[in-house]
Design a protein around this ligand. Structure first.
Ligand code: HEC
Ligand code: HEC
Length: 315
């Protein structure tokens, strides 16, 4: 009982600390509030791009401007603009909504300044460019060689666009809008409590009118949601192939026009359903998690086809 109280007191005081820290940086929160599309959006703001390099005339005719604009075009139409290094039909902007400028939809504003940063999956420090190569190899299911992706003009262009999104934030900034697409530890259900049948029902009810019951995406106006599974989706080494990671996206960013209506539990059942489907295989899974423990929700790294000797779970 006493221990219980201590834990509650600790959680309470650490959340107070967090608030105190936040209130010391009002300018950053305000900046973000003005720069990001709110998480709950309407049909109109769903298409808004607060910082759009195409309409920003100061970029006209400058070499940097051209690169930033190319980066933006690749970000929003990845298979169309970077076909040589893209292996599916899911653009960066399908997951990083409003071209990386929507709150609680994996926003990338200011994120360039956080790098270099330690990457747990790789067990080494990543530059922004290394991180983007990872996105191609996994979220974009690229069949190209990592080194040739790293050297490509597409990576330089994407890094320029993402850097330009946050030029006013100094190196090492802590960004209050970063890392909010998460299911908190205490609300994570163990995987054996997640039910693909429940997930399927919830999917049909809340998602299938835009994603199709086959998960392949339905055309709505000029938008088409990407394939959530099957050969044209992200591969099984992607962040979105982890149950809690995908649930954190769904919980706050979907359904597209009224995000936030699902509970943590519902989002996890749906993520379990989506990631119980067949998707492309990432060929280099055995190189992942060699230093850090395999996360419990990396479901495609276990069982048939996934488990390898060096992927023993470390606790
Ligand atoms: C299928 C969904 C999906 C697609 C497509 C996708 N990403 Fe991501 N991205 C994520 C998720 C989820 C995360 C964060 C969690 C993780 O990967 O573990 C992330 C993280 C990132 C980060 C790091 C953000 C941070 O705060 O540290 C960058 C940068 C990034 N993505 C860029 C891109 C680029 C560029 C593309 C296109 C080439 C892309 N992503 C495509 C889902 C996606
Ligand atoms: C009103 C239509 C609509 C509904 C309903 C909807 N989505 Fe989406 N979803 C989209 C669109 C459109 C995109 C692509 C976003 C873009 O291109 O800007 C998307 C993107 C996604 C993505 C990113 C990867 C990809 O392949 O595009 C996931 C994952 C996702 N939705 C899951 C869900 C889930 C789960 C539900 C139900 C809880 C849901 N969505 C409900 C329209 C919808």
């Amino acid at each position: 009982m006493f221990r219980h109280c201590l834990i509650i007191a600790f959680i309470f005081s650490s959340s107070l600390n967090l608030r105190a820290q936040e209130s010391e940086k009002p300018e950053q929160s305000n900046l973000a509030a003005g720069r990001l599309i709110p998480a709950s959006t309407s049909m109109t703001t769903a298409w808004d791009i607060p910082r759009d390099p195409v309409s920003d005339l100061s970029l006209e005719g400058t070499p940097d401007g051209e690169e930033i604009r190319l980066g933006y075009r690749i970000f929003t139409n990845t298979h169309g603009e970077a076909p040589g290094i893209t292996g599916n039909l899911v653009s960066c902007g399908n997951c990083h909504l409003n071209a990386g400028q929507r709150e609680k939809a994996l926003p990338l504003v200011g994120v360039a300044e956080v790098f270099p940063e330690y990457n747990k999956r790789a067990g080494k420090v990543f530059s922004l460019e290394d991180r983007i190569v990872g996105c191609f190899l996994r979220s974009e299911n690229s069949g190209a060689h990592p080194e040739s992706i790293l050297q490509s003009k597409e990576i330089r262009a994407l890094a320029s666009y993402i850097t330009w999104l946050g030029t006013e934030y100094p190196k090492g900034s802590s960004l209050p809008w970063r890392g909010l697409n998460v299911i908190e530890n205490e609300n994570r259900l163990p995987l054996d409590k997640l039910d693909t049948k429940k997930g399927e029902k919830l999917f049909v009810l809340n998602c299938s009118n835009c994603h199709g019951t086959d998960g392949q995406g339905v055309q709505i106006g000029d938008k088409k949601a990407g394939p959530l599974w099957g050969p044209s989706s992200w591969n099984d080494g992607a962040g979105a192939s982890r149950i809690y990671t995908l649930a954190g996206f769904i919980r706050y960013a979907m359904p597209y026009l009224n995000p936030g209506i699902l509970t943590d539990e519902e989002a996890q059942h749906i993520a379990m359903y989506i990631n119980s489907q067949v998707r492309p295989t990432f060929m280099h899974k055995t190189d992942d998690y060699r230093t850090e423990p395999l996360p419990p929700d990396a479901v495609y790294y276990r069982g048939a086809g996934g488990t390898t000797d060096n992927l023993r779970e470390k606790r």
